[in-house]
Design a protein around this ligand. Structure first.
Ligand code: SF4
Length: 344
C-alpha cells in the first residue's frame, strides 16, 4: 500500500490528470465490471436539538429554541412510507445530540419502524452513539448491541469531520474526540454492524491533518478485517455557519477531485469510494468518477443538514443514471451495503 510520504507527494504534485489516472487504475482493479452505483434512500433528521454547537453546523438548535423539534413517530413513519413508495430501500436517520433521549426512546423507535416496514436502518453517527451511551449509563458495546437487537442495521460514518484532535478542538470543541469515533466504529465491528467512514475537509486543516485522518481510517479497516463498506469525503459548506466567518473560501472542484483521488489510492483496503454530488454539485460528481469514485451516493429524498449550510443541489434517479452513463459507466442501484443485485 502507498506510504504516507508518497501520499503527500502524490497530493502535492501539480499534475491533476496524472492523479486521476492513478486513482482510476485502482478503481478499475477493484471494480472491473465498470459499474457505478447509487442508492435510493432518505435522510431523516429525527431531532435538531443539540448540545454541541459545532461551528461548521447550521442545522442544530439549542435546547428550548422555538425552531427546535423532535419528530413524533407518525412523522417518521410517513417519511418512510414515502421513501418506499419512491422505490427506496433504506433510511439514513441521524439527529442532534439530545440530552434527554435515553436508549429506550431509540429502541422503541427502531422496533416500531421494523414492525411496520421492510426498510434498512442505517442510523446514528458515532457522536450520537456516544451521547446515547452517556445518557443511558451504558458502554458503547452494550449500546450498539441493544440498538442492533431493536433493528439497527448499520452505522453511518458521520461525525468524523477531520480525525485529528487539534482540528476538532477548533471546529467542534464539545463533540466527541478522535478516540470516541474510533471506539464506536471498533465496537460496531464487534457487534456485527457494518459502517462507513466519512471525512469533512476544507475547514482550514493541513494535508498532515488529513493524512492523520486517512491513517486512522486505514488502520481501523485493517484491524477490523474490512468493516467499513465505503469512504465518503465531502467538503465543508460555509453558509449560515459560525466557522464560515473564519474559513473564507470553500474547497474548489480541483481540491475535491484531488482529495477523492488520494482517498482512492491511499485507502485501497476500502472497496467503495463515493463521489458525492450534494456539496460539490452534479458536474464535479461526474468528473469524480474518473478520479476514483465508483458510487454517487443517494438520490436523497430529503437532506436538512447540508441544505441548511447552503448546499442546494437536487438530483433525480434518471439524472444520476444519465450522469453515470455519460462518464462511460453502467449505473446500478445498490442497497445500504453497496450490493448491486437490483434488476436495472
Ligand atoms: S454537527 Fe451534529 S453534533 Fe455538531 S452541532 Fe450539528 S447536530 Fe450537533
Amino acid at each position: 500500500m502507498m506510504t504516507r510520504p508518497e501520499a503527500i507527494d502524490f497530493y502535492n504534485s501539480g499534475d491533476l490528470l496524472a492523479l486521476g489516472m492513478a486513482a482510476d487504475e485502482v478503481r478499475r482493479k477493484l471494480h472491473p465490471d465498470n459499474v457505478v452505483s447509487y442508492i435510493i434512500d432518505r435522510n431523516i433528521n429525527y431531532t435538531n436539538f443539540c448540545t454541541e454547537y459545532c461551528s461548521f453546523c447550521a442545522f442544530y438548535r439549542p435546547m428550548g429554541h422555538a425552531e427546535g423539534y423532535v419528530h413524533p413517530k407518525e412523522v417518521i413513519f410517513q417519511k418512510i412510507q414515502e421513501t418506499i413508495d419512491l422505490g427506496g430501500t433504506g433510511i439514513l436517520m441521524q439527529g442532534g445530540l439530545h440530552p434527554e433521549l435515553g436508549i429506550e426512546w431509540y429502541e422503541d423507535l427502531l422496533r416500531s419502524i421494523k414492525q411496520r416496514f421492510d426498510i434498512w436502518c442505517h442510523c446514528f453517527s458515532a457522536p450520537e452513539i456516544v451521547n446515547i451511551a452517556k445518557v443511558s449509563g451504558l458502554s458503547l458495546y452494550d449500546t450498539l448491541a441493544r440498538l442492533r437487537d431493536a433493528g439497527l442495521d448499520s452505522l453511518p460514518g458521520g461525525g468524523a469531520e477531520i480525525l485529528d484532535d487539534e482540528v476538532r478542538r477548533r471546529i467542534s470543541r464539545l463533540k466527541s474526540s478522535v478516540d470516541d469515533w474510533v471506539n464506536v466504529h471498533r465496537a460496531c465491528a464487534q457487534v456485527g454492524l457494518r459502517s462507513t467512514a466519512t471525512m469533512m475537509f476544507g475547514a482550514g486543516e493541513t494535508i498532515e491533518h488529513r493524512m492523520n485522518h486517512f491513517d486512522i481510517v486505514r488502520n481501523l479497516q485493517e484491524e477490523t478485517g474490512g468493516n467499513f463498506t465505503a469512504f465518503i469525503p465531502w467538503s465543508f459548506q460555509r453558509e449560515n455557519t459560525s466557522l464560515g466567518r473564519f474559513v473564507k473560501e470553500e474547497a474548489t472542484a480541483v481540491e475535491y477531485l484531488k482529495v477523492l483521488a488520494l482517498s482512492r489510492v491511499y485507502l485501497e483496503n476500502i472497496l467503495n469510494i463515493q463521489s458525492s454530488w450534494v456539496t460539490p454539485g452534479l458536474k464535479t460528481c461526474q468528473l469524480g468518477l474518473k478520479f476514483g469514485g465508483n458510487d454517487v451516493g443517494s438520490i436523497m429524498i430529503e437532506e436538512n443538514v447540508v441544505s441548511a449550510a447552503g448546499a442546494h443541489h437536487r438530483a433525480s434517479e434518471e439524472e444520476l443514471r444519465r450522469l453515470i452513463r455519460g462518464a462511460g459507466f453502467i449505473p446500478k442501484q445498490r442497497d445500504s451495503l453497496y450490493r448491486t443485485y437490483f434488476l436495472n
